[in-house]
Write a protein that binds this ligand. Structure first.
Ligand SMILES: O=C(O)CCC(=O)C(=O)O
Ligand SMILES: [Fe+2]
Length: 306
């Protein structure tokens, strides 16, 4: 069972919700979350915006194809990402956008791919505004959840705040067509993976498809209607907390229904040390994230040495 949490009750420190959060972070690695500051209507609007983009002919989406940009902003065609080396590249399409650093931020001139400039399609009035608006809202909710997690892991609730003031936060629209006729055992909408960062705030159109690996074996289907979020924890938070928070593998095989989902991958500032607290080690969040991007986006994959 995936713990179902009411954010307002959690923020009021209701014991039932605190217990569910503990189970979610320490055991399952997933929760669902309702009663946030993002309404059902707002999620439906942003879903509609992504749907409009994905319906464009490929020839138009190619104007913002990330394969041509050397970073991971804009459109990722079907087959552009391989999250599991034992599976084939995912058949989903994506549209990615990231954090825009202020003009005077020295990191802006650094050319770091994790802060690359966004790409926006032309002739789609309102698309950029809709996505940017949702991006801000999804960051706010993600920060609120991290405050509750901080309290849960025995830290001050503001523990994460200054580690997320220039977050490498990536907002993605995922488009899963119907599972293709040709799909075999190694083909997935998105193959089995753990998320790379700290926390993922996932909105979906309500269509089933996501499966979460159960400890001890098997898969748990999870779905949530627009306005209810699925939240899971990533590799960095697992490292950072010495394994107290779990990054649980998950996948989407796909069904006979198309599906749109919108994960906000909430990753900290580039220079955050995400090694286990007190370990004396140093793992830069930016280096971990760049490494995972380079391993999984086909156009960023570094060539294997011959
Ligand atoms: O579409 C979903 O439900 C999950 C997507 C996902 O796991 C991801 O984009 O990392
Ligand atoms: Fe994921």
């Amino acid at each position: 069972m995936i713990p179902e949490i009411d954010l307002v009750l959690l923020q009021e420190k209701q014991e039932s919700e605190i217990d569910k959060l503990r189970q979610g972070i320490e055991d399952v690695g997933f929760i669902t979350l309702r009663n946030t500051s993002i309404s059902r209507r707002e999620v439906e609007d942003v879903l509609a915006a992504y749907r409009c983009f994905f319906r464009l002919p490929d020839a138009l989406k190619e104007h913002v194809d990330m394969a041509l940009s050397g970073s991971n902003r804009g459109w990722g065609a079907s087959g552009s990402e391989q999250v599991d080396p034992a599976a084939n590249p995912d058949y989903k399409q994506v549209f990615d956008c990231g954090f825009e650093l202020p003009d005077d931020d020295p990191l802006r001139r650094s050319g770091l791919g994790v802060y690359a400039p966004n790409l926006w399609p032309e002739n789609m009035p309102g698309f950029r505004e809709e996505i940017v608006k949702y991006y801000g809202k999804a960051m706010d909710v993600s920060k609120q959840i991290l405050r509750e997690i901080a309290a849960q892991i025995g830290q001050n609730s503001s523990y994460f705040d200054d580690k997320f003031d220039r977050p490498m936060a990536l907002l993605r629209g995922n488009y899963y067509p119907q599972r293709p006729e040709w799909a075999g055992d190694k083909d997935f909408g998105i193959a089995t993976h753990t998320d790379y960062g700290c926390l993922t705030l996932l909105a979906t159109d309500g269509t089933p498809g996501l499966e979460v690996r159960r400890r001890g074996g098997g898969w748990i289907p999870v779905s949530a209607e627009p306005g209810v979020f699925i939240v899971n924890f990533g590799e960095m938070l697992q490292m950072w907390t010495g394994g107290k928070v779990r990054a649980t593998p998950h996948r989407v095989k796909g069904t006979d229904q198309e599906r749109v989902s919108i994960p906000m991958f909430f990753n900290p500032n580039y220079d955050t040390n995400v090694a286990a607290e007190g370990s004396g080690e140093n793992v830069l969040a930016g280096e971990h994230l760049s490494k995972r991007y380079d391993e999984t986006y086909i156009h960023l994959k570094t060539l294997e040495p011959q």
